[in-house]
Design a protein around this ligand. Structure first.
Ligand SMILES: Cc1cc2nc3c(=O)[nH]c(=O)nc-3n(C[C@H](O)[C@H](O)[C@H](O)COP(=O)(O)OP(=O)(O)OC[C@H]3O[C@@H](n4cnc5c(N)ncnc54)[C@H](O)[C@@H]3O)c2cc1C
Length: 280
């Protein structure tokens, strides 16, 4: 028989996590339940759904902290996130459809660490930090180092994800997120990405650009970031397109071909810059 624990607080949760590192950590279950019938029955379930200490959105002066247990619906509806972390609100709106958004959590997206996790390029482009907890204490991990391979991360077997801390983009920063899938709801991305572009008038001062579904993990496209510095937005769009072409090796799979993914990725990143031209 499978054991089940719904901890009352984070302290009880991390104690249980340390005692039973092989138990399934369950949040909304929208990733875990998809394959549940094809996997061995876990020895136990540590159910974090609605655990208060990881269900929060805190707006600070320089950053917004979002608890791991926050659902996509809550992320999308939050006025400060809509206003100041637009790429995350845009991603939240296109994750699954309403049912998935009401149950799926930020922590679950980070925990699964899939290359098609829609929020993950946002965390890269906005330079987020992930806060984790265990009986050993808390630590912060830059999201840029979080993913270690296909669906693997730096999270240790006794740790739980507590929150993502996302710095607020400064004045003059244009941010965006865009996904290309089969349709706009219930569609896993063929390619998706996010950007934070710092502008001085119509000139790119610097940019952070990240893509999902083009590698074994979400990745920053540093070749684009290097190529666009100091250029007008129109020239940056073309430079970005060329840099994407030579810096990704997407795979062929059931959702798309490598050739299509590369072409879409080029267009998507070029459009980040042409769209910014509309507001600069
Ligand atoms: C029909 C459907 C459509 C979907 N569409 C999309 C989509 O468009 N885009 C997209 O990105 N995803 C999509 N998903 C995947 C899923 O909804 C998201 O990844 C969601 O954010 C997962 O959150 P969850 O709370 O349900 O995670 P769960 O399934 O509960 O957990 C996922 C993983 O994270 C771990 N985990 C969760 N919380 C913690 C924590 N606090 N500490 C440590 N580990 C933790 C779990 O152990 C597990 O390994 C879809 C899923 C379905 C079923």
């Amino acid at each position: 028989m499978t054991s089940y624990l719904r901890p009352r607080d984070l302290e009880e949760a991390v104690v249980a996590r340390a005692a039973y590192p092989n138990w399934m950590v369950l949040a909304g279950g929208t990733d875990l339940m998809v394959n549940a019938n094809h996997k061995p029955i876990p020895g136990g379930i540590l159910d974090l759904w609605r655990l208060g200490e990881i269900g929060f959105i805190r707006v600070g002066d320089g950053a917004i902290a979002i608890g791991a247990g926050t659902t996509w619906h809550e992320v999308e509806r939050h006025p400060a996130i809509r206003d100041r972390l637009l790429p995350l609100a845009l991603a939240a709106r296109e994750i699954g459809a309403l049912q998935i958004q009401s149950r799926g959590t930020l922590g679950g997206n980070i925990g699964t660490s899939s290359p098609v996790g829609d929020s993950l390029p946002v965390l890269l482009a906005l330079d987020a930090t992930i806060e984790v907890a265990s009986v050993r204490g808390r630590r912060s991990i830059p999201y840029s180092t979080w993913c270690t391979g296909y669906r693997t991360s730096l999270l240790a077997s006794d740790e739980l994800i507590v929150a993502a801390h996302i710095p607020l983009p400064g004045a003059g920063t244009w941010t965006t997120w865009r996904k290309v899938g089969t349709r706009r709801a219930q569609s896993i991305s063929k390619v998706m990405g996010a950007a934070a572009i710092i502008l001085d008038g119509g000139t790119v001062v610097s940019a952070r650009v990240a893509l999902g579904a083009v590698a074994d993990r979400p990745i920053r496209i540093t070749a684009v970031e290097d190529a666009v510095r100091g250029l007008s937005l129109a020239r940056a769009a073309e430079a970005a397109r060329a840099a994407v072409r030579t810096s990704i090796q997407p795979i062929d799979d059931i959702r798309s071909t490598s050739v299509y993914r590369r072409e879409v990725a080029e267009n998507l990143v070029a459009r980040f810059f042409t769209s910014a031209a509309g507001v600069s």
